[in-house]
Unconditional design. Structure first.
Lengths: 297, 298
């Protein structure tokens, strides 16, 4: 009896520990496999990292080697669209977060919170679908374009997608600002807006920044919604209304058409590796922000 | 002095108005979004589109449910077990720190990257063709970090008294976990599982290169080992979300427009059902487990 009790203890402990180790193994495996395939461009195909990142000459060989693998257009497209999306979404998200916490927690909890949760749950293809059926024709009509596929369309679709992410993280951050800050601020005679601007926002800043970086990470890695509205044009955009291409759209478009081991295929894996590295970079950035926030306190 | 006082007050009013406007704007946006999607779905609706043939989305609906079911079968045990480890056994050493970094990394991986990893490992390296199981595994990778975090949070949210009481009665740590802590954490864990399921329904980027963009099934054949049986996990299977993508980007079907409208509406319906359902079930379970008198304490 006694024995079996402790046997179970050890068995249970072993099983859950294995599950934890499995997650480490899985993460390392993803990193290792992508690194292995993604580095072939630079080892087997002898291209330089600088060419891959900064050259816009994209003409990889379908068989064997000898082409050009400059992915600058795609990289630039990804950065441009996600930064634009962030610029659009952040002010709105902050406002929504402040509304939910400082202005009307009751209305916020009843309406805005569930709405944000539903926004998070909407699948990215549905966002792409809406972008394709409403936004793209609308942009074409408003700006007299032949098609509406554009950087702007991609940025707007992404902005709607990352808005709930930033909002919920920012709202959590604002909520965790100690109540004394508010009491002290009101006690000194400040208005609600002064309280928000001078006390709440600065105190919640690390948390808000975390939300912004999470939003950026989501925008950067989003594939299908962007691919549907961006226009898939292999050129730098001339302005916000011209089509271009980004990393994820290029990956979805061409990965299935290439033969394993060809220069083209290797270059696509390098792009996947780049996505992985950048998403890891965002994690480190969030860690850094968290540390800075902790030190401030 | 009076001047600045006035200005400050005006700024306060203006800011409040702006914040109200933004909040209203988002509710409106969601309402318009939903109404538009359902409207388009309803307008495009024809009974034959729900059929289990090439011209319908019945097969994709089945595939979606089946794939999510399989992925939960894989990810729930792993995610919950890892969550238990994090909450109950993990120390504060380097390994735990590293594991936490791994969970965060996995959670923020772009789903297309996970899809490509799945393509490489589950298909290319094993020499398989597109199949449901590979898709379910890829979706599991996306779900595991979420389930781990939910479980860990749920366990840590349980009052310390529960643990002390159980240990004080002579239960082992594991008995405490399975007999006291897990039941108490169950409402939140189940809510987390439903939310993970809701998110998996709409996943497409991770599936394009794993479970593929086509299906060939025969619904009179339920032998799971036959290549065109719906239950066979080694057959290619496109889900609703993947079908929308295919219809919208390739659009070879004559009814591509209507089919994708309907598929989008069905997906939205599932998202709503799961989002509202998880809230309901969570609240109900919470009330049942705690006799409904749990609201006050934390």
């Amino acid at each position: 009896m006694r024995n079996s009790k402790f046997k179970k203890e050890y068995l249970g402990r072993t099983i859950v520990t294995i599950a934890g180790l499995f997650i480490i193994l899985l993460t390392l495996a993803i990193g290792a496999f992508l690194f292995y395939r993604g580095s072939a461009t630079f080892t087997a195909d002898h291209h330089s990292i600088a060419e891959f990142l900064f050259s816009a000459d994209w003409n990889p060989a379908e068989q064997g080697r000898g082409g050009k693998v400059g992915a600058a257009i795609f990289f630039f497209g990804s950065v441009l669209i996600s930064v634009l999306a962030l610029l659009i979404a952040t002010p709105f998200s902050l406002a929504a977060a402040l509304f939910m916490t400082e202005i009307s927690p009751k209305l916020g909890r009843k309406f805005l919170q569930p709405a944000v949760e539903i926004f998070v749950g909407i699948p990215s293809v549905v966002y792409g679908w809406v972008g394709l059926t409403i936004l793209v024709p609308f942009l074409a009509k408003t700006f007299h374009l032949p098609y509406g596929y554009s950087v702007l369309a991609g940025a707007i679709v992404l902005a709607v997608m990352i808005f709930p992410t930033i909002t919920s993280v920012a709202a959590d951050a604002v909520r965790s600002v100690p109540q004394e800050y508010r009491e002290a601020s009101y006690g000194l005679g400040s208005t609600r807006w002064q309280l928000i601007r001078k006390a709440v926002l600065p105190a919640a800043m690390p948390g808000i920044l975390t939300g912004v970086v999470l939003g950026l990470a989501r925008a950067f890695g989003e594939a299908l919604a962007v691919a549907m509205v961006i226009g898939k044009m292999q050129a730098f955009p001339k302005n916000l209304l011209s089509p271009t291409m980004n990393l994820t759209a290029e990956l979805t478009a061409d990965m299935g058409n290439t033969t394993a081991g060809s220069e083209w295929n290797n270059a696509l894996w390098s792009m996947a590796l780049l996505l992985l590295l950048i998403s890891f970079l965002f994690i480190l950035l969030i860690r850094l922000i968290g540390k800075m926030g902790a030190e401030k306190k | 002095m009076k001047q600045t006082h006035k200005r400050v007050k005006i700024a306060d009013r203006a800011a409040t108005a702006v914040l109200y406007a933004v909040a209203g704007f988002f509710l409106l946006l969601l309402a318009v979004f939903t109404i538009y999607i359902f409207y388009r779905g309803a307008v495009s609706f024809k009974p034959e589109y729900l059929g289990f043939t090439r011209g319908g989305i019945g097969v994709q609906f089945f595939n979606t449910i089946y794939l999510v079911f399989l992925s939960l079968l894989i990810s729930v045990p792993v995610g919950v077990a890892a969550g238990i480890y994090m909450a109950e056994y993990a120390g504060s050493g380097k390994l735990t720190h590293f594991l936490r970094t791994c969970i965060e990394t996995l959670a923020s991986l772009p789903s297309i990257v996970v899809g490509l990893f799945g393509y490489l490992v589950f298909l290319q390296m094993t020499g398989q063709h597109w199949n449901l199981l590979a898709g379910a595994l890829a979706v599991s990778i996306l779900n595991i970090p979420q389930l781990t975090t939910v479980t860990e949070d749920a366990l840590q949210g349980i009052p310390e008294l529960y643990r002390e009481g159980s240990l004080g009665l002579g239960a082992t740590h594991w008995q405490t976990i399975t007999g006291v802590l897990l039941p108490a954490a169950l409402p939140r864990i189940i809510t987390g599982i439903i939310m993970a399921a809701g998110r998996s329904f709409g996943e497409a980027a991770a599936l394009l290169f794993t479970s593929g963009m086509s299906s060939d099934v025969n619904f009179s054949n339920w032998n799971p080992f036959s290549p065109n049986s719906p239950l066979n996990v080694m057959r290619p299977a496109d889900t609703l979300a993947v079908r929308i993508w295919a219809l919208k980007t390739e659009g070879v079907d004559p009814n591509a427009e209507q089919l994708s409208d309907l598929a989008a509406a069905v997906l939205m319906l599932m998202v709503f059902a799961f989002s509202l359902g998880s809230r309901r079930i969570g609240a109900k379970l919470e009330a049942k487990m705690t006799g409904g008198s749990h609201k006050g304490d934390k």
